[in-house]
Design a protein around this ligand. Structure first.
Ligand code: M5T
Ligand code: MG
Length: 240
């Protein structure tokens, strides 16, 4: 089981099984336990690919990925996925109630846990306004939810398992800044290592450190001030 949530990429390269060219080449960096790291970079830079290696949706091609100083391959998939809250770039809800969608993967979740994670994900009030509240059905024949509502339900689904490592792949892109900052504040109480891919520079600046990816490589990593001094690309992103 993951205890601390330290993550270390050591000379990691990755090529998709069906591809010829690597999408990640020689990636090295460390995320400390309970640190919040933002990942930014152009579309196609490899941000999602970098994420997918942590829950082992794919295996590293070269190099080593460590969780709590142990190679990721030394954990069972259950151990790993039980400790990781992974919110994919395109949230997937299944046909069923909102309650079941939030509790998915934690079938014994209590009513209180479901409500608390929905509150932290800033979706509780919206749910209470729906015709059947937590029993409202989504998907086929159910209510239509906005992109931002789906994002928050899928964040609630990750939070309910009290993850040691939380990974948000552009999961707040559809939220207004006020809602997003409430959500990020609530997540701080989970004391988990957080990796958050974002295209909003203000969101990146609110993290402890920022990693700038470009063309499958880590171009720079550090605080906002450090990156301003280190990277002309970062400066251009901030100014744009
Ligand atoms: C990087 C390819 C993609 C691109 C490169 C997720 C995924 C990506 N790719 C695949 O072949 N299979 C996959 O399942 O990998 O793509 P990315 O990692 O998705 O980049 P990103 O997350 O930085 O981009 P974006 O648009 O989400 O900001 O060549 O075809
Ligand atoms: Mg992506």
């Amino acid at each position: 089981e993951v205890i601390d949530g330290k993550i270390e990429y050591e000379h990691v390269a990755f090529t998709y099984p069906t591809a010829d060219e690597p999408v990640l080449t020689d990636v090295s960096f460390t995320v400390n336990p309970r640190e919040k790291l933002a990942i930014i970079g152009a579309t196609g830079a490899g941000k999602t690919s970098l994420f997918q290696l942590i829950p082992r949706l794919y295996n590293v091609t070269k190099g080593v990925l460590y969780i709590d100083q142990k190679p990721i391959t030394s954990y069972t998939l259950d151990q790993l996925r039980g400790s990781i809250g992974y919110v994919p770039q395109s949230p997937l809800l299944f046909t069923g109630s909102i309650r079941d969608n939030i509790a998915w993967g934690k079938e014994n979740a209590t009513r209180e846990e479901i409500i608390q994670s929905a509150k932290d994900a800033q979706i509780h009030d919206t749910i209470m306004d729906l015709p059947d509240q937590y029993d409202t059905r989504v998907g086929q024949k159910g209510v239509n939810l906005s992109g931002g509502q789906k994002q928050r339900i899928s964040i609630a689904r990750a939070l309910i398992r009290r993850p040691k490592i939380l990974m948000l792949d552009d999961s707040t892109s559809a939220l207004d800044l006020a809602t997003e900052s409430e959500l990020l504040r609530a997540i701080q109480h989970y004391h988990c290592t957080t990796m958050i891919i974002t295209s909003k520079i203000s969101t990146a600046i609110s993290a402890d450190r920022i990693l700038l990816m470009n063309d499958g490589k880590v171009l720079a990593i550090g605080t906002h001030e450090e990156l301003l001094n280190q990277s002309s690309l970062y400066m251009r992103i901030v100014e744009s």
